[in-house]
Design a protein around this ligand. Structure first.
Ligand code: NAD
Length: 503
């Protein structure tokens, strides 16, 4: 029974982690369904607005206690949290595989990356420094980066543990309290991470995890006047709603949204390497990745050759149970996404695009259960077709031919999404020219998808705004404060005269 595996790692009820305690919601019941077997793993009640308000109250108190610690002490605590994540990595990875459907080998790697992110930002905690600016008045004017107070972080279901660590680590390092609202379909690894942070020494209340729906708990968290910033990772429509709620409350937001990223392969590239890399770019995480390389643009003379190699390699990918260490491609995370991807494939077929591979459940898995879709490749996709323009968030690749650099760039930059992209060529100057012309937050030359906590990440235009990772994210989680200290023997007052004698 898979429910037993979950219960082993998360005994007790699922609810919200507030002040270090699990608070059960009172709203609509939410079932956690195993994407590989469709078994009900557990159910819990939506947190709703009342629990959201409690999280803000806890954050005010806990955040104060967190900020009262020295920056070095905060760094030590985050370092300790990294060690605890490493200690519990297998449990975290197992729950991620079970609930989110992430292949266990990827889930293990992601647990490792959460520990890495905590270590990286633990090191930042006592290096967030201010500056002195040379103002004309002669004041000693200090600029100090101040925490925002409480940040609300709303995350999706595709990489819940990774995303939680990605946003919590810098927010806490910068001295904020954080309230995380994971996807309603995948709250457990976020709860586990929240508990580990508290075990490491983060004051209970400085980190809360609210388990519930976006339109109830999420909206209430963002609309609360105690929210200092709304950080959102998820789809474009929900992100726009969250940004609008934050704006209505007069608060800033950071949006990490979807993508329709293109890999451009020129005829002079290492074609075998490009074809292999393209498989991982789209089929890792079953395409449920914001950076998925979901469009492959291939120069016409080598178009059929690259397609053949790609299809041959992708046909061998092992699709199956996420708990099996041999699995490379897991299921889609939920029934809604499964229906959506299958609908997109059916619509794609109807447009006349050439189905080169997949397009259905993997034959070896029969009729079910599980939300599995075989790696699917459509060739000759029209640039204006939905397959080439819309985020599918599934293992579906659209392949398009092009002639020359100009057309490659026009196609690659031809959607509203600008999250990631890649160019493959052995001509260094051409590769750099095209890489510079690609409109995207992250671009790879002769590669794809390598990401690191040290480098900033984020989208342009429709893919969002603000940057996560790297040193850049510290600016997202702080605000500059100017502190003016009078140093003149005879200060000049704002109306332009020196103080006279009293009376
Ligand atoms: P989603 O937008 O449906 O949900 C994301 C989160 O928003 C969930 O926690 C949900 O409960 C919450 N939410 C939904 N409506 C809300 C509302 N009205 N108010 C407040 N919160 C609300 O996204 P999803 O289907 O869970 O995730 C898939 C999407 O996430 C894809 O588009 C993918 O590209 C994107 N994504 C982006 C990045 C990135 O870094 N750019 C990373 C991972 C995923």
């Amino acid at each position: 029974m898979r429910a037993d595996i979950l219960a082993k790692h998360w005994p007790g009820p699922i609810g919200s982690l507030i002040d270090g305690e699990i608070v059960e919601g009172t709203g609509e019941a939410i079932g956690l369904v195993c994407p590989a077997t469709e078994e009900l793993l557990a159910s819990y009640a939506d947190a709703g607005a009342d629990v959201a308000a409690r999280a803000h109250t806890a954050a005010e108190r806990g955040g104060g206690a967190w900020r009262a610690l020295s920056a070095s002490r905060r760094g030590e605590i985050l370092m300790r949290a990294a060690d605890l994540v490493a200690r519990d990595a297998e449990a975290l990875a197992t729950v991620e595989a079970l609930v989110a459907g992430k292949p266990i080998r990827d889930a293990r790697a992601e647990a490792g990356r959460v520990a890495e992110m905590l270590r990286y930002y633990a090191g930042f905690a006592d290096k967030i420094e201010g500056r002195v600016v040379p103002v004309a008045s002669g004041h000693l004017t200090l600029v100090t980066p101040e925490p925002l107070g409480t940040v609300v972080q709303i995350t999706p279901w595709n990489a819940p543990l990774f995303t939680a660590g990605w946003q919590l680590a810098p927010a806490l390092a910068a001295g904020n309290a954080a309230i995380l609202k994971p996807s309603e379909w995948t709250p457990v690894t976020s709860l586990m991470l929240g508990r580990l942070l508290i075990e490491a020494g983060v004051p209970a209340g400085a980190v809360s995890v609210v388990a519930g729906f976006g339109h109830t708990a999420g909206a209430a968290l963002v609309s609360d006047g105690r929210c200092g910033k709304a950080v959102f990772v998820g789809s474009v429509p929900s992100g726009r709603k969250v940004a609008a709620l934050a704006a209505a409350a007069g608060r800033p937001s950071l949006l990490e949204l979807g993508g329709k990223s293109a890999m451009v392969v020129f005829a002079d590239a290492d074609l075998a390497a490009a074809a292999t890399c393209a498989q991982g770019a789209i089929f890792a995480a079953a395409g449920q990745s914001c950076t998925a390389g979901s469009r492959l643009l291939v120069e016409r003379p080598v178009y059929e050759r690259v397609l053949d190699w790609l299809a041959e390699g992708a046909a061998k990918l092992r699709v199956g149970d996420p708990l099996d260490p041999a699995t490379e491609v897991g299921p889609l995370q939920n029934a809604r996404q499964y229906a959506s991807v299958r609908g997109t494939i059916a619509a794609g077929r109807a447009t006349g695009a050439r189905l080169v591979l997949g397009g259905a459940r993997p034959a070896a898995l029969g009729e079910g259960p599980g939300y599995f879709v075989a790696p699917t490749i459509f060739a000759d996709v029209a640039p204006d077709a939905a397959l080439a323009r819309e985020e599918i968030f599934g293992p579906v690749l659209a392949v398009l031919p092009f002639d020359g650099e100009e057309e490659a760039l026009a196609l690659a930059n031809g959607t509203d999404f600008d999250l990631a992209g890649a160019v493959w060529s052995r001509d260094g100057a051409k590769a750099l020219r095209v890489a510079r012309g690609l409109r995207a937050g992250s671009v790879w030359v002769n590669g794809y998808r390598t990401l690191s906590v040290q480098a900033p990440f984020g989208g342009m235009r429709g893919s969002g705004f603000g940057r996560s990772s790297g040193a850049e994210v510290i600016a997202e989680y702080t605000q500059a404060k100017s502190l003016w200290i009078e140093t003149a023997a005879t200060p000049v007052f704002p109306f332009g005269y020196a103080p006279g004698a009293p009376g």
